[in-house]
Design a protein around this ligand. Structure first.
Ligand SMILES: Cc1cc2nc3c(=O)[nH]c(=O)nc-3n(C[C@H](O)[C@H](O)[C@H](O)COP(=O)(O)OP(=O)(O)OC[C@H]3O[C@@H](n4cnc5c(N)ncnc54)[C@H](O)[C@@H]3O)c2cc1C
Length: 420
């Protein structure tokens, strides 16, 4: 038997991007149906660290980190070459002066609940298998309800938001492509018990070395979760020099041997199985809209290339998609969707371009060593690096402030042909 559903807007995927799109659409009174393969609570491999930008988006959605009892942190500790620098998060107009670490099972369950309570219909345990196309037009999707008993579902919609994560089979079926010359992140994490689980700093560790002292590609992190554990992981970029010779699993095992001692983490002690995933970044997926569809979050390659943050961009692109589709519904004109690409470009194009150029340079071990030495020795440089890499530039004006330096750098970057 086939169940047939109809809606104005169909959202494929119920991660942060899909839930944000469904929340903002439903809040504006739109008829939304979200289809998600899994059922909550479910795990999603992630570092679980949210910067103030992401927290600002969550607060706007009515998610209260205090009520959820997520672990708050006051800034980023950058560690390299045996030295550390603690850089507090700046307060902005659109974000608070703190970040949080929230396990994805809990974060995603809350954003899902917010979309549902705003009025979105949520169909879980249902896998979208293909776009529904008639006369060359996207009309919705075909899906399979996985439980309690398998059942075919056809969902008809006027507009579709594609939010099915990094592999985005739905997007690929409609012709989206990831630009292979742009770097893609690869990362792996596990949870370790630690008495320091309530530390107020998240930590990123650069200039990793193997036991012989040779530099390793990538960087490590320790993000205290506040529940007796820390999320410990390592990430690298597909174009880092030297990573051809090393597997992510091996890099992870080498990294956990050099976790800073202050965390009192026993690398041989109990931990969850390490798990990894891909991070499509820097606006690497195109096109991001079609006649009646838009692509958001990882499916659109939205991850910040500077630091691998994907939850904030997922929430922000989901919100932007909701605004643009709302305009299309009001005007009864799909051409309104062209504003989506324009808004994405206005918000992130230069930032992503400079990020791609910078991470390409940082992929060279010698340059990476020099720049991390510079950043770690100077609080001003450390503050600049933190603000730029986490997209926290607002309110940092002044002739020599981070915003001016960033603008100059991004102006220079525009002269570079974009091959990264
Ligand atoms: C190891 C690792 C560490 C990371 N660390 C961080 C971090 O510390 N901070 C940060 O901000 N970001 C981090 N990221 C990135 C972050 O996890 C992603 O950017 C974010 O999850 C993107 O959200 P999304 O909604 O676009 O996609 P997802 O979270 O992947 O959600 C997509 C959803 O679509 C569903 N779906 C997929 N296919 C179908 C289908 N056919 N039918 C129905 N449903 C479907 C999936 O089940 C899933 O729920 C990390 C990523 C990795 C791999």
């Amino acid at each position: 038997m086939t169940q047939t559903l109809a809606c104005d807007v169909l959202v494929v995927g119920g991660g942060p991007a899909g839930c944000a799109a469904a929340y903002w659409l439903a809040l504006a009174g739109r008829d939304v149906l979200l289809i998600e393969r899994s059922t909550h609570p479910r795990e999603r491999v992630c570092g679980d660290a949210l910067t103030p930008v992401a927290v600002g988006e969550l607060l706007d959605m009515g998610c209260d980190p205090s009520a959820a009892r997520w672990h708050r942190h006051r800034g980023l500790r950058i560690t390299a070459h045996g030295q550390s620098l603690e850089v507090p998060w700046p307060q902005g107009e659109q974000w608070p002066g703190y970040g949080v670490v929230a396990r994805r099972s809990r974060l995603d369950a809350l954003t899902f609940a917010r979309a549902q309570s705003a009025g979105a219909r949520m169909l879980t345990g249902t896998e979208v298998t293909a776009p529904l196309i008639t006369d060359g037009h996207l009309r919705g999707c075909v899906a399979t309800r996985l439980s309690p008993a398998p059942e075919e579902v056809t969902a008809r919609a006027r507009y579709v938001v594609i939010a099915d994560g990094p592999r985005s089979h739905f997007g690929r079926a409609l012709g989206t492509v990831r630009t292979r010359t742009y770097a893609q992140g690869l990362a792996m994490r596990a949870y370790f018990p630690t008495p320091r689980h309530a530390e107020p700093w998240i930590e990123s560790v650069f200039a990793l070395a193997d036991h012989a002292g040779s530099q390793l590609p990538g960087y490590g992190w320790v993000f205290p979760v506040g529940d007796g554990t820390a999320n410990v992981g390592v990430g690298l970029l597909s174009h880092h020099y030297g990573n051809e010779a090393i597997s992510l699993e091996r890099l992870f095992e080498q990294w956990i041997q050099q976790i800073p001692e202050r965390w009192e983490i026993d690398p041989a002690g109990p931990r969850t199985e390490p798990a990894g995933g891909r991070l499509p970044m820097g606006g690497s997926v195109r096109p991001r809209s079609g006649p009646n569809w838009v692509v958001v979050g990882d499916a659109a390659g939205s991850i910040n290339p500077w630091n691998g943050d994907g939850v904030g961009p997922a929430l922000a692109t989901g919100r932007l998609a909701a605004e643009v589709i709302g305009q299309a519904l009001d005007a009864d004109d799909g051409l309104e969707l062209r504003h989506y690409e324009a808004e994405l470009a206005a918000r992130w194009q230069r930032y992503h371009h400079l990020g791609r150029l910078t991470t390409r340079a940082l992929g060279r071990p010698g340059l990476m060593r020099k720049l991390t030495q510079l950043a770690i020795r100077s609080p001003r440089m450390g503050n600049l690096a933190m603000r730029v890499s986490t997209d926290l530039l607002q309110g940092s004006a002044g002739p020599l402030g981070p915003r001016s330096i960033y603008r100059t750098a991004s102006g220079v970057a525009r002269l570079w042909r974009d091959r990264t």
